[in-house]
Design a protein around this ligand. Structure first.
Ligand code: HAM
Length: 404
Protein backbone atom coordinates (compact mmCIF):
# COMPACT_ATOMS: atom_id res chain seq x y z
CA UNK A 1 0.00 0.00 0.00
CA UNK A 2 1.29 3.45 -0.87
CA UNK A 3 1.42 5.63 2.22
CA UNK A 4 1.91 9.37 2.74
CA UNK A 5 5.57 10.32 3.11
CA UNK A 6 7.10 10.34 6.58
CA UNK A 7 6.36 13.59 8.38
CA UNK A 8 3.43 14.41 6.07
CA UNK A 9 -0.20 14.07 7.09
CA UNK A 10 -3.68 13.84 5.65
CA UNK A 11 -6.14 16.11 7.38
CA UNK A 12 -9.44 14.32 7.90
CA UNK A 13 -12.36 14.39 10.34
CA UNK A 14 -12.43 15.43 13.15
CA UNK A 15 -9.28 17.57 12.67
CA UNK A 16 -10.51 19.08 9.40
CA UNK A 17 -13.26 21.13 11.07
CA UNK A 18 -10.80 22.56 13.59
CA UNK A 19 -8.25 23.24 10.84
CA UNK A 20 -10.78 25.21 8.80
CA UNK A 21 -11.95 27.03 11.94
CA UNK A 22 -8.38 28.15 12.70
CA UNK A 23 -7.82 29.52 9.20
CA UNK A 24 -11.22 31.21 9.16
CA UNK A 25 -10.85 32.81 12.60
CA UNK A 26 -7.28 33.99 11.99
CA UNK A 27 -8.18 35.36 8.54
CA UNK A 28 -11.16 37.28 9.92
CA UNK A 29 -9.06 38.84 12.67
CA UNK A 30 -6.22 39.70 10.27
CA UNK A 31 -8.70 41.41 7.97
CA UNK A 32 -9.97 43.46 10.89
CA UNK A 33 -6.38 44.56 11.50
CA UNK A 34 -6.14 45.77 7.90
CA UNK A 35 -4.40 42.78 6.29
CA UNK A 36 -5.22 41.56 2.75
CA UNK A 37 -4.85 38.02 1.47
CA UNK A 38 -1.75 37.09 -0.53
CA UNK A 39 -0.90 33.83 -2.26
CA UNK A 40 2.62 33.09 -3.44
CA UNK A 41 4.06 29.95 -5.11
CA UNK A 42 5.14 26.91 -3.13
CA UNK A 43 8.27 26.65 -5.25
CA UNK A 44 10.85 29.43 -5.36
CA UNK A 45 14.45 29.77 -6.44
CA UNK A 46 16.71 28.25 -3.82
CA UNK A 47 18.76 31.46 -3.68
CA UNK A 48 15.76 33.31 -2.24
CA UNK A 49 15.81 31.22 0.94
CA UNK A 50 19.60 31.11 1.14
CA UNK A 51 19.71 34.89 1.12
CA UNK A 52 16.76 35.57 3.40
CA UNK A 53 16.50 32.75 5.95
CA UNK A 54 20.31 32.56 5.92
CA UNK A 55 22.95 30.05 4.80
CA UNK A 56 23.96 29.27 8.36
CA UNK A 57 20.44 28.54 9.61
CA UNK A 58 19.34 24.93 10.17
CA UNK A 59 16.47 25.49 7.74
CA UNK A 60 18.76 26.28 4.82
CA UNK A 61 21.71 24.17 5.96
CA UNK A 62 19.86 20.93 6.62
CA UNK A 63 16.14 21.08 5.99
CA UNK A 64 15.40 22.29 2.49
CA UNK A 65 13.42 20.28 -0.06
CA UNK A 66 15.76 21.38 -2.80
CA UNK A 67 16.07 20.00 -6.32
CA UNK A 68 16.94 20.89 -9.88
CA UNK A 69 13.84 21.10 -12.09
CA UNK A 70 13.55 19.94 -15.71
CA UNK A 71 14.76 23.33 -16.91
CA UNK A 72 17.92 23.06 -14.81
CA UNK A 73 16.78 25.62 -12.20
CA UNK A 74 17.81 25.14 -8.59
CA UNK A 75 14.46 25.36 -6.79
CA UNK A 76 13.13 24.72 -3.35
CA UNK A 77 9.76 24.00 -1.70
CA UNK A 78 9.20 26.96 0.61
CA UNK A 79 10.29 26.26 4.20
CA UNK A 80 8.49 29.40 5.38
CA UNK A 81 6.31 32.17 3.96
CA UNK A 82 8.12 35.45 4.60
CA UNK A 83 10.82 35.15 1.91
CA UNK A 84 8.33 34.54 -0.92
CA UNK A 85 6.17 37.45 0.18
CA UNK A 86 9.14 39.80 0.32
CA UNK A 87 10.08 38.60 -3.18
CA UNK A 88 6.53 39.31 -4.40
CA UNK A 89 6.53 42.70 -2.64
CA UNK A 90 9.66 43.72 -4.55
CA UNK A 91 8.71 42.05 -7.84
CA UNK A 92 5.40 43.94 -7.95
CA UNK A 93 7.20 47.21 -7.11
CA UNK A 94 5.21 47.82 -3.94
CA UNK A 95 8.44 48.96 -2.27
CA UNK A 96 8.56 51.89 -4.72
CA UNK A 97 4.94 52.82 -4.10
CA UNK A 98 5.57 53.68 -0.46
CA UNK A 99 2.87 53.54 2.20
CA UNK A 100 1.98 50.56 4.31
CA UNK A 101 1.14 47.15 2.84
CA UNK A 102 -0.18 44.37 5.01
CA UNK A 103 -0.67 40.76 3.91
CA UNK A 104 -1.96 37.55 5.46
CA UNK A 105 -1.46 34.07 4.10
CA UNK A 106 -1.87 30.41 4.95
CA UNK A 107 -0.63 27.25 3.38
CA UNK A 108 1.86 24.40 3.48
CA UNK A 109 5.56 24.82 4.33
CA UNK A 110 8.21 22.13 3.96
CA UNK A 111 11.20 21.37 6.17
CA UNK A 112 13.11 18.12 6.09
CA UNK A 113 13.31 17.82 9.87
CA UNK A 114 13.30 14.70 12.03
CA UNK A 115 9.56 14.12 12.50
CA UNK A 116 8.15 13.95 16.01
CA UNK A 117 5.03 15.12 17.80
CA UNK A 118 4.36 18.68 16.63
CA UNK A 119 7.19 18.58 14.11
CA UNK A 120 6.24 17.67 10.56
CA UNK A 121 7.98 17.83 7.22
CA UNK A 122 4.94 19.32 5.61
CA UNK A 123 3.08 21.63 7.98
CA UNK A 124 0.73 24.57 7.61
CA UNK A 125 1.22 28.11 8.74
CA UNK A 126 -1.04 31.09 9.04
CA UNK A 127 1.01 34.28 8.88
CA UNK A 128 0.99 38.05 8.44
CA UNK A 129 3.59 40.43 7.03
CA UNK A 130 3.41 44.21 7.38
CA UNK A 131 5.61 46.41 5.18
CA UNK A 132 6.38 50.12 5.41
CA UNK A 133 5.67 50.83 9.08
CA UNK A 134 8.80 51.46 11.14
CA UNK A 135 6.98 52.35 14.35
CA UNK A 136 7.19 49.94 17.27
CA UNK A 137 3.44 50.44 17.57
CA UNK A 138 3.17 48.04 14.64
CA UNK A 139 5.21 45.39 16.53
CA UNK A 140 2.87 45.88 19.48
CA UNK A 141 -0.22 45.69 17.26
CA UNK A 142 0.92 42.48 15.62
CA UNK A 143 1.49 40.87 19.04
CA UNK A 144 -1.98 42.04 20.08
CA UNK A 145 -3.44 40.53 16.90
CA UNK A 146 -1.85 37.13 17.58
CA UNK A 147 -3.18 37.33 21.14
CA UNK A 148 -6.65 38.05 19.71
CA UNK A 149 -6.35 35.04 17.40
CA UNK A 150 -5.36 32.60 20.16
CA UNK A 151 -7.94 34.07 22.54
CA UNK A 152 -10.67 33.67 19.91
CA UNK A 153 -9.57 30.05 19.41
CA UNK A 154 -9.58 29.38 23.17
CA UNK A 155 -5.87 28.50 23.27
CA UNK A 156 -3.64 29.22 26.28
CA UNK A 157 -0.12 30.60 25.73
CA UNK A 158 2.73 32.61 27.17
CA UNK A 159 4.54 35.30 25.22
CA UNK A 160 8.32 35.70 25.18
CA UNK A 161 9.95 38.78 23.69
CA UNK A 162 13.47 39.96 22.98
CA UNK A 163 15.25 42.53 20.88
CA UNK A 164 17.87 41.43 18.38
CA UNK A 165 19.29 44.90 17.81
CA UNK A 166 20.24 46.48 14.50
CA UNK A 167 23.38 46.97 12.36
CA UNK A 168 24.36 49.74 14.81
CA UNK A 169 24.56 47.59 17.90
CA UNK A 170 24.62 44.00 16.66
CA UNK A 171 28.26 43.86 15.42
CA UNK A 172 29.60 45.13 18.78
CA UNK A 173 27.47 42.64 20.69
CA UNK A 174 28.52 39.88 18.33
CA UNK A 175 32.18 40.56 19.07
CA UNK A 176 31.60 40.51 22.82
CA UNK A 177 29.63 37.30 22.50
CA UNK A 178 32.21 35.57 20.29
CA UNK A 179 34.97 36.46 22.76
CA UNK A 180 32.90 34.95 25.56
CA UNK A 181 32.06 31.85 23.53
CA UNK A 182 35.73 31.25 22.81
CA UNK A 183 36.34 31.27 26.56
CA UNK A 184 33.79 28.49 27.15
CA UNK A 185 34.36 26.77 23.80
CA UNK A 186 35.69 23.47 25.19
CA UNK A 187 32.51 22.79 27.13
CA UNK A 188 30.16 23.43 24.20
CA UNK A 189 28.64 20.82 21.86
CA UNK A 190 29.91 20.37 18.27
CA UNK A 191 27.01 22.36 16.81
CA UNK A 192 27.70 25.32 19.10
CA UNK A 193 31.42 25.25 18.38
CA UNK A 194 30.73 25.36 14.66
CA UNK A 195 28.26 28.19 15.16
CA UNK A 196 30.76 30.39 17.00
CA UNK A 197 32.20 31.12 13.56
CA UNK A 198 29.09 30.92 11.38
CA UNK A 199 26.22 32.25 13.53
CA UNK A 200 27.24 32.95 17.16
CA UNK A 201 23.85 34.37 18.17
CA UNK A 202 22.22 30.99 17.50
CA UNK A 203 24.51 29.40 20.10
CA UNK A 204 22.32 31.09 22.73
CA UNK A 205 19.41 28.99 21.48
CA UNK A 206 21.11 25.59 21.98
CA UNK A 207 18.78 23.04 23.60
CA UNK A 208 21.65 20.91 24.94
CA UNK A 209 21.45 20.91 28.77
CA UNK A 210 25.19 21.25 29.44
CA UNK A 211 25.52 24.06 26.86
CA UNK A 212 22.57 25.85 28.46
CA UNK A 213 24.26 25.77 31.85
CA UNK A 214 27.49 27.13 30.40
CA UNK A 215 25.63 29.83 28.48
CA UNK A 216 23.88 31.19 31.54
CA UNK A 217 26.58 33.78 32.10
CA UNK A 218 26.76 34.92 28.42
CA UNK A 219 26.42 38.61 27.65
CA UNK A 220 22.81 39.32 26.65
CA UNK A 221 21.71 41.30 23.62
CA UNK A 222 19.21 43.44 25.53
CA UNK A 223 22.03 44.93 27.61
CA UNK A 224 24.05 45.82 24.53
CA UNK A 225 21.45 47.63 22.45
CA UNK A 226 22.07 51.04 20.92
CA UNK A 227 19.93 53.91 22.15
CA UNK A 228 17.33 53.68 19.37
CA UNK A 229 16.84 49.91 19.75
CA UNK A 230 16.78 50.19 23.51
CA UNK A 231 14.12 52.89 23.55
CA UNK A 232 12.01 50.96 21.02
CA UNK A 233 12.25 47.81 23.10
CA UNK A 234 11.27 49.69 26.26
CA UNK A 235 8.37 51.32 24.45
CA UNK A 236 7.16 47.90 23.31
CA UNK A 237 7.22 46.66 26.90
CA UNK A 238 5.34 49.77 28.08
CA UNK A 239 2.68 49.27 25.42
CA UNK A 240 2.21 45.64 26.37
CA UNK A 241 2.02 46.60 30.07
CA UNK A 242 -0.48 49.38 29.44
CA UNK A 243 -2.72 47.08 27.45
CA UNK A 244 -2.53 44.27 29.98
CA UNK A 245 -0.66 41.85 27.72
CA UNK A 246 1.42 39.52 29.90
CA UNK A 247 4.86 38.63 28.54
CA UNK A 248 8.24 37.39 29.62
CA UNK A 249 11.61 38.87 28.64
CA UNK A 250 13.73 36.11 27.15
CA UNK A 251 17.29 37.30 26.44
CA UNK A 252 18.05 33.94 24.78
CA UNK A 253 15.21 34.18 22.26
CA UNK A 254 17.09 34.49 18.97
CA UNK A 255 14.78 32.70 16.44
CA UNK A 256 15.97 30.20 13.86
CA UNK A 257 15.90 32.53 10.86
CA UNK A 258 18.58 35.11 10.20
CA UNK A 259 16.53 38.03 8.93
CA UNK A 260 15.36 39.53 12.20
CA UNK A 261 16.28 42.96 13.56
CA UNK A 262 14.98 44.48 16.81
CA UNK A 263 11.75 42.87 18.08
CA UNK A 264 11.57 39.07 18.17
CA UNK A 265 8.78 37.15 19.87
CA UNK A 266 7.36 33.70 20.37
CA UNK A 267 4.04 32.37 21.67
CA UNK A 268 4.49 29.14 23.58
CA UNK A 269 1.97 26.55 24.78
CA UNK A 270 2.71 24.27 27.73
CA UNK A 271 0.08 21.76 26.59
CA UNK A 272 1.71 20.25 23.54
CA UNK A 273 5.07 18.77 24.59
CA UNK A 274 8.57 19.59 23.43
CA UNK A 275 7.63 21.43 20.23
CA UNK A 276 5.93 24.14 22.21
CA UNK A 277 6.31 27.22 19.97
CA UNK A 278 2.88 27.88 18.49
CA UNK A 279 3.78 31.17 16.79
CA UNK A 280 6.89 33.21 16.17
CA UNK A 281 7.95 36.35 14.42
CA UNK A 282 9.49 39.75 14.66
CA UNK A 283 10.84 42.70 12.79
CA UNK A 284 13.00 42.33 9.68
CA UNK A 285 13.86 45.87 8.59
CA UNK A 286 16.75 44.88 6.32
CA UNK A 287 15.32 42.01 4.32
CA UNK A 288 13.55 43.97 1.56
CA UNK A 289 16.73 45.89 0.82
CA UNK A 290 18.84 42.76 1.11
CA UNK A 291 16.73 41.06 -1.57
CA UNK A 292 17.14 44.03 -3.93
CA UNK A 293 14.21 46.27 -2.96
CA UNK A 294 14.02 49.78 -1.62
CA UNK A 295 14.80 49.84 2.12
CA UNK A 296 11.44 49.08 3.79
CA UNK A 297 10.81 48.34 7.45
CA UNK A 298 8.77 45.17 8.01
CA UNK A 299 7.39 43.00 10.77
CA UNK A 300 5.49 39.71 10.72
CA UNK A 301 4.72 36.37 12.30
CA UNK A 302 3.52 32.87 11.52
CA UNK A 303 1.65 30.34 13.62
CA UNK A 304 1.83 26.57 13.16
CA UNK A 305 -1.65 25.22 12.50
CA UNK A 306 -0.87 21.54 13.30
CA UNK A 307 0.58 22.55 16.66
CA UNK A 308 -2.69 24.11 17.78
CA UNK A 309 -5.24 21.96 15.98
CA UNK A 310 -5.78 19.66 18.99
CA UNK A 311 -6.09 22.60 21.39
CA UNK A 312 -8.82 24.42 19.54
CA UNK A 313 -12.29 24.47 20.99
CA UNK A 314 -14.90 24.50 18.25
CA UNK A 315 -17.94 26.63 18.92
CA UNK A 316 -20.88 24.39 19.87
CA UNK A 317 -22.56 23.46 16.63
CA UNK A 318 -25.99 21.86 16.47
CA UNK A 319 -27.30 19.72 13.67
CA UNK A 320 -26.93 21.28 10.25
CA UNK A 321 -28.61 20.94 6.86
CA UNK A 322 -30.88 18.57 5.09
CA UNK A 323 -30.75 14.85 4.28
CA UNK A 324 -32.82 13.70 1.31
CA UNK A 325 -33.69 10.09 0.52
CA UNK A 326 -36.12 7.96 -1.47
CA UNK A 327 -38.01 4.77 -0.74
CA UNK A 328 -39.11 4.59 -4.39
CA UNK A 329 -36.56 5.00 -7.21
CA UNK A 330 -39.07 7.05 -9.28
CA UNK A 331 -38.91 9.78 -6.62
CA UNK A 332 -35.20 10.39 -7.18
CA UNK A 333 -35.71 13.04 -9.90
CA UNK A 334 -37.92 15.10 -7.54
CA UNK A 335 -35.35 14.74 -4.76
CA UNK A 336 -32.55 15.91 -7.06
CA UNK A 337 -34.53 19.02 -7.98
CA UNK A 338 -35.20 19.83 -4.31
CA UNK A 339 -31.51 19.29 -3.51
CA UNK A 340 -30.41 21.70 -6.23
CA UNK A 341 -32.76 24.41 -4.98
CA UNK A 342 -31.94 23.90 -1.30
CA UNK A 343 -28.17 23.90 -1.93
CA UNK A 344 -28.35 27.61 -2.74
CA UNK A 345 -28.48 28.27 0.97
CA UNK A 346 -27.84 25.14 2.99
CA UNK A 347 -25.87 21.91 3.24
CA UNK A 348 -27.67 18.99 1.58
CA UNK A 349 -26.86 15.27 1.54
CA UNK A 350 -28.62 13.10 -1.04
CA UNK A 351 -28.84 9.32 -0.84
CA UNK A 352 -29.39 8.09 -4.39
CA UNK A 353 -30.25 4.49 -3.50
CA UNK A 354 -33.68 3.31 -2.39
CA UNK A 355 -33.62 2.59 1.35
CA UNK A 356 -36.04 1.90 4.19
CA UNK A 357 -37.21 4.83 6.28
CA UNK A 358 -35.27 3.49 9.25
CA UNK A 359 -32.06 3.32 7.19
CA UNK A 360 -32.54 6.89 5.96
CA UNK A 361 -33.14 8.19 9.48
CA UNK A 362 -30.00 6.43 10.69
CA UNK A 363 -27.90 7.87 7.85
CA UNK A 364 -29.27 11.40 8.42
CA UNK A 365 -28.44 11.10 12.09
CA UNK A 366 -24.90 9.89 11.37
CA UNK A 367 -24.31 12.82 8.97
CA UNK A 368 -25.47 15.33 11.61
CA UNK A 369 -28.34 16.62 9.45
CA UNK A 370 -31.09 18.67 11.10
CA UNK A 371 -33.88 17.58 8.74
CA UNK A 372 -34.42 14.15 7.21
CA UNK A 373 -36.80 14.33 4.23
CA UNK A 374 -37.93 11.20 2.42
CA UNK A 375 -40.31 10.39 -0.42
CA UNK A 376 -42.00 6.97 -0.18
CA UNK A 377 -44.72 5.38 -2.29
CA UNK A 378 -47.58 7.22 -0.59
CA UNK A 379 -45.85 10.61 -0.81
CA UNK A 380 -44.98 9.97 -4.45
CA UNK A 381 -48.61 9.39 -5.37
CA UNK A 382 -49.80 12.50 -3.48
CA UNK A 383 -46.99 14.92 -4.46
CA UNK A 384 -45.82 15.08 -0.82
CA UNK A 385 -42.57 14.73 1.12
CA UNK A 386 -42.18 13.32 4.66
CA UNK A 387 -39.94 15.38 6.94
CA UNK A 388 -38.54 14.76 10.40
CA UNK A 389 -36.70 17.41 12.40
CA UNK A 390 -33.97 15.39 14.12
CA UNK A 391 -33.54 18.06 16.79
CA UNK A 392 -37.17 18.55 17.87
CA UNK A 393 -38.28 15.05 16.68
CA UNK A 394 -41.26 16.73 15.03
CA UNK A 395 -42.63 14.92 11.93
CA UNK A 396 -44.82 16.27 9.15
CA UNK A 397 -45.84 15.63 5.57
CA UNK A 398 -46.08 18.61 3.20
CA UNK A 399 -46.38 19.29 -0.52
CA UNK A 400 -43.15 19.09 -2.52
CA UNK A 401 -43.80 22.57 -3.96
CA UNK A 402 -44.33 24.01 -0.52
CA UNK A 403 -41.09 22.42 0.77
CA UNK A 404 -39.16 24.31 -1.92
P1 HAM B 1 9.11 29.87 12.48
O1 HAM B 1 9.30 30.14 13.93
O2 HAM B 1 10.16 29.09 11.80
O3 HAM B 1 8.92 31.28 11.80
O4 HAM B 1 7.73 29.14 12.27
C1 HAM B 1 6.53 29.68 12.76
C2 HAM B 1 5.70 28.58 13.42
O5 HAM B 1 5.52 27.49 12.50
C3 HAM B 1 6.35 27.93 14.64
O6 HAM B 1 6.15 28.70 15.80
C4 HAM B 1 5.62 26.61 14.69
O7 HAM B 1 4.38 26.77 15.34
C5 HAM B 1 5.38 26.27 13.23
N1 HAM B 1 6.37 25.28 12.75
C6 HAM B 1 7.64 25.51 12.40
N2 HAM B 1 8.24 24.36 12.01
C7 HAM B 1 7.31 23.39 12.11
C8 HAM B 1 7.30 21.98 11.85
N3 HAM B 1 8.37 21.35 11.37
N4 HAM B 1 6.16 21.27 12.10
C9 HAM B 1 5.05 21.90 12.56
N5 HAM B 1 5.00 23.24 12.81
C10 HAM B 1 6.11 23.97 12.60
C11 HAM B 1 8.70 31.48 10.48
O8 HAM B 1 8.44 30.60 9.69
C12 HAM B 1 8.74 32.92 10.06
N6 HAM B 1 8.49 33.01 8.62
C13 HAM B 1 7.73 33.73 10.86
C14 HAM B 1 7.73 35.17 10.48
C15 HAM B 1 6.87 35.77 9.63
N7 HAM B 1 8.59 36.07 10.89
C16 HAM B 1 8.31 37.23 10.32
N8 HAM B 1 7.28 37.06 9.53
Amino acid sequence: MIQALRGMKDILSPENERFVHIVKTASQIARRYGYDYIETPLLEETTLFKRSVGESSDIVGKEMYQFVDKGGHDVCLRPEGTAGIVRAFIQHKLDRKGGVHRFYYHGPMFRYERPQKGRLREFHQFGCESFGEASVYEDFTIILMIKDIFDALGIGYTIAINSLGCPECMPGYRETLVAHLHDIRDGLCDDCRRRIETNPIRVLDCKNESCRKLLQASPVIAENLCEACDSDFLRLQQLLDTHGVAYRLDPKLVRGLDYYTRTAFEFVSDEIGAQSAIAGGGRYNRLVEFLGGKPTPAVGFALGIERIVDLVQLPQKGREGLYLGVMEPQALETILQIAHRKRRCERVHVEYAKRSLKAHLKAADRLGAKLCAVIGEEELNDGLIWIKDLETKEERRIGVEEFG
